[in-house]
Ligand binder design. Structure first.
Ligand code: GAP
Length: 471
């Protein structure tokens, strides 16, 4: 669909899913606020991940560690020394760019010959490539790239100096590694087992872009799964399959819009022996929504070295100590949110609501999976002007509220109200009409088929619950 991203951004703002952060002050690049619908949908994504990765398993437990931690953690993890992107700047317009992104764009443009670069090897020397290309904004000269650390710095306590400097975490994973022993001892877990965490992460990205895809504050859902060395490759394969299944079977993302990208040796992070990305086909191209890495024993060994604490595991069966290997599936809530929006967005020209005359308007249908949809049920009196209908609808709304996220809407024609609910992906609309007053029945309208089913009010909760269970 043409301009799909613009349409999604506009819908997100118009209907209260996502706002640019600090908007009344002119905004702040790379930060977003989630509105009432957005926060419901985000919570649904997190709940579905937690349910699959923690709740349904015996071998994974949860954790919620602090965002600000001892700065030595980031020295041990390698983030202080190595968590860099290459930054370049235009000498004329002073716009800043990620050097590797400019090189990637050049590769994709097929214009390599124009700048006199032909081979992969030549492309790898980013400084040389940057020397040969011009600013994409104003064609000015670019300065040689320099390393830029992505961690946000802050200070703990009233004095701001080197001794109080620390960072906002750039990944939730380290909070898990440093609690490995605490969890092991208190939960009496045996390897293989995992620790899962959902929480905010912060990266001072040089160029945040593509709406929620690359932001400076985001939420990660990470699992560190500890295994016996030698069994790591088997578990790596297991988690790649398991995580792919979640996207297809639980989130109902179409298979053709997902793919697996295997990292080459050069692409691997400093801590990884192997890594694959699960990518989604966004309107701007394929993009990573989850990375699954074999982190080996790198992190625990580093923390053992830097903290001086023994982080070995005693394997009773083998009667020996070792540092476990770690398999890490790590995904971002906002990227999944954006993928689900792209997956669900549909436009129907000429209208689809049976109760209204065909219109020239384009109707938006957000075909979100029922589990993900922010509002589950809308309750609508047929006419606002009939007091009895309004009273009955409000009464039903109150009885449904403890069971489902509901909306009550009486404004505008019934067709318009159905369209408003279709646009935010509400799976069911309950309509209170004149028959309701006679025989205590209501209709349930299905978002996708637009079929209406008449049911008794006393059975409404049970029937709706069944509809949400059977997905
Ligand atoms: N602990 C491993 C780790 O952090 P990563 O590939 O850098 O690995 C994992 O990040 C996931 O976090 C990504 O797959 C993506 O979904 C999300 N993510 C990373 N950077 C992001 C950003 N700037 N904006 C939004 N999401 C991001």
């Amino acid at each position: 669909m043409e301009n799909l991203m613009e349409k999604i951004i506009s819908l997100c703002k118009r209907r209260g899913f996502v706002f640019s952060s600090s908007e009344i002050y002119g905004g702040i690049q790379g930060f977003y606020d989630f509105g009432s619908l957005g926060v419901e949908m985000k919570n649904n994504i997190k709940r579905l991940w937690w349910q699959k990765v923690v709740q349904e398993r015996d071998d994974v437990v949860g954790l919620d560690s602090a965002i600000i931690q001892n700065p030595n953690i980031w020295k041990a993890s390698g983030h202080v020394e190595r968590f860099f992107d290459l930054l370049t700047e235009c000498k004329s317009c002073h716009k800043r760019f990620r050097a590797d992104h400019l090189v990637e764009e050049l590769k994709n443009s097929g214009k390599l010959d124009e700048v006199g670069l032909y081979t992969e090897k030549e492309m790898k020397d980013i400084t040389k490539v940057i020397e040969k290309i011009k600013c994409p904004e104003c064609e000015g000269k670019l300065i040689p790239p320099r390393q830029f650390n992505l961690m946000f710095k802050t200070f703990v306590g009233p004095v701001e100096d080197e001794s109080t400097k620390t960072y906002l975490r750039p990944e939730t994973a380290q909070g898990i590694f440093v609690n490995f022993k605490n969890v092991l001892e208190t939960q009496r877990k045996k390897i293989p087992f995992g620790i899962a965490q959902i929480g905010k992460a912060f990266r001072n990205e040089i160029t945040p872009k593509n709406f929620l895809f690359r932001t400076r504050e985001f939420e990660q859902m990470e699992l560190e799964f500890f295994v016996k060395p030698g069994e790591d490759e088997k578990w790596f394969e297991y988690w790649v399959k398991e995580r792919m299944r979640w996207y297809v079977e639980v989130l109902k993302i179409r298979k053709e819009n997902l793919r697996i990208k295997v990292h080459t040796k050069e692409e691997l992070a400093h801590y990884a022996k192997a890594c694959v990305d699960i990518e989604y086909k966004f309107p701007f191209g394929w993009g990573e929504i989850e990375g699954i890495a074999n982190r080996t024993d790198f992190d625990l060994k580093q923390h053992q070295k830097f903290s001086g604490q023994n982080l070995e595991y005693f394997d009773e069966k083998e009667n020996k100590n070792y540092i476990p290997y770690v398999i890490e599936p790590s995904c971002g809530v906002e990227r999944i949110f954006l993928a689900l929006m792209c997956e669900a967005y549909q436009e129907i020209k000429g209208g689809r609501t049976k109760t209204t005359k065909p219109t020239k308007e384009v109707e938006v249908l957000l075909k979100l999976d029922k589990k993900v949809a922010p509002v589950k049920v809308a309750v609508l009196p047929l006419l606002k002007s009939k007091k009895e209908l309004v009273e009955k609808a409000k009464e039903i709304y109150q009885t449904l509220k403890p069971h489902f996220v509901c909306q009550y809407d009486e404004v505008g024609s019934i067709g318009r109200r159905y369209r408003r609910q279709d646009e935010i992906g509400t799976p069911y609309c309950v309509t209170v009409d004149f028959d309701t007053l006679k025989d205590s029945t209501v209709t349930i309208r299905d978002r996708d088929t637009m079929e209406q089913e008449r049911v008794k009010i006393e059975e409404l909760i049970k029937i709706l619950k069944e509809k949400f269970e059977n997905v």
